[in-house]
Design a protein around this ligand. Structure first.
Ligand SMILES: *[C@@H]1O[C@H](CO)[C@@H](O)[C@H](O)[C@H]1NC(C)=O
Length: 262
């Protein structure tokens, strides 16, 4: 019994000692949430720009009856649902984890675990030393998650696509004589070209189908611009250079925050 107790207390002590020099628990949660919180603004700027382009270039409705951003609601909801886990994995599980000590000597290199550790490991000192890498991990995580959410065939994408397709049709059925004329002219052209006098519902279906294909491809090319949009919102420079994405760096607040964890 006492043997078991001492084993348990050794395990507890070990955990406690580990806690002293690694970013886990509160440190992981705090840093993940801080990045997500600080990214709220640039993410919103990028999403608003994207939504505005969808309304003005794809739907082509100057008097959109709804806020453009609402077309992206299914994507935003999915982002909010998955962002925490995605960000935590990108920063910690995939990169900043493990001990800093030299596996041969078992000795921590100078500055490890704090305050400035030039080995990639799961400690505040390592995150401070590789801060430039850390901020790009957070930047890329937002983009990769967005791209995953809007992948062709995903639930969120299909919802957006359906709403946009419906909005295109609705915006066309508004009284726009110019467009009706153009449509009529095009239809007449095709009648002449094919020689078949099919001013029936079939040709209507065909042009609607064409229109829908075009809408889908325009929507796709705008969604594929998200990396560029977030890069612009972050002040430019996605090449991993130290002076890139200046508005998504927050170095002065983040370094002390990271080092505030034990
Ligand atoms: C931004 O990050 C800092 C830590 O660097 C944190 O204290 C702050 O709460 C974060 N801001 C938001 C809005 O989450």
């Amino acid at each position: 019994m006492s043997k078991l107790l001492s084993m348990v207390s050794m395990i507890l002590l070990h955990g406690l000692l580990n806690r002293v020099y690694a970013c886990e628990g509160d440190c992981i949660v705090g840093i993940t949430n801080a990045f997500l919180g600080n990214y709220t603004r640039p993410m919103n700027i990028a999403l608003v720009n994207l939504a505005d382009s969808i309304v003005s270039n794809v739907i082509q409705n100057k008097n959109s009856p709804v806020a453009p951003l609402s077309y992206l609601n299914p994507v935003i909801a999915e982002y909010n649902r998955r962002a925490y886990d995605y960000m935590e994995t990108a920063i910690f599980k995939d990169y900043f984890h493990g001990k800093c000590e030299d596996p041969d000597t078992g000795i921590d290199p100078p500055g490890c675990p704090k305050p400035d550790c030039d080995v990639v490991c799961g400690t505040p000192g390592s995150m401070v030393h590789f801060y430039s890498k850390l901020r790009y991990l957070a930047f890329d995580a937002n983009i990769d998650l967005f791209n995953d959410i809007v992948a062709p065939g995903s639930d969120a994408y299909k919802k957006v696509e359906n709403t946009v397709l419906a909005a295109v049709e609705a915006s066309r059925s508004g009284s726009n004589k110019q467009r009706r004329l153009l449509r009529f002219m095009r239809r007449t052209d095709s009648i002449v070209a094919t020689g078949s006098g099919s001013l029936d519902s079939r040709s209507n279906d065909n042009s609607k189908e064409k229109r829908s294909d075009q809408t889908k491809s325009e929507l796709r090319s705008l969604l594929n611009q998200f990396r560029l949009l977030l890069t612009v919102a972050c002040g430019g420079g996605q090449d991993g250079k130290t002076n890139g994405i200046p508005f998504c760096t927050w170095e002065d607040t983040f370094k002390p925050y990271i080092l505030s964890f034990p």
